[in-house]
Design a protein around this ligand. Structure first.
Ligand code: FES
Length: 87
């Protein structure tokens, strides 16, 4: 599990194993658009302000992954204990 802090809404949520960031956001009333839910389309992108992303999408390039400033919330997770998202 890891924690996501939502910078614009001052909300902090836990993402357990087996749930995606996107699911946790939607369950908590945060409406982020999504489409493929397989890390391929880019619809569910969210800005990352702090923390290390464990990228699992096939949408961003290797250099975009290395930039660590965006996450595909339907598949990618955190390497750090906490991510601060720009939402
Ligand atoms: Fe398509 Fe996440 S919904 S990449």
């Amino acid at each position: 599990a890891f924690e996501i802090a939502l910078a614009r809404s001052a909300m902090t949520l836990q993402v357990p194993a087996g749930r995606t960031i996107l699911q946790v956001l939607q369950e908590n009333g945060v409406d982020l658009p999504s489409s493929c839910e397989q890390g391929a389309c880019g619809t569910c992108v969210c800005g990352v302000l702090e923390g290390d992303v464990a990228h699992q999408d096939v949408y961003l390039s290797a250099s975009e992954h290395a930039a660590n400033d965006r996450i595909m919330t339907c598949v990618s997770r955190a390497k750090s204990a906490r991510l601060v998202l720009d939402i």
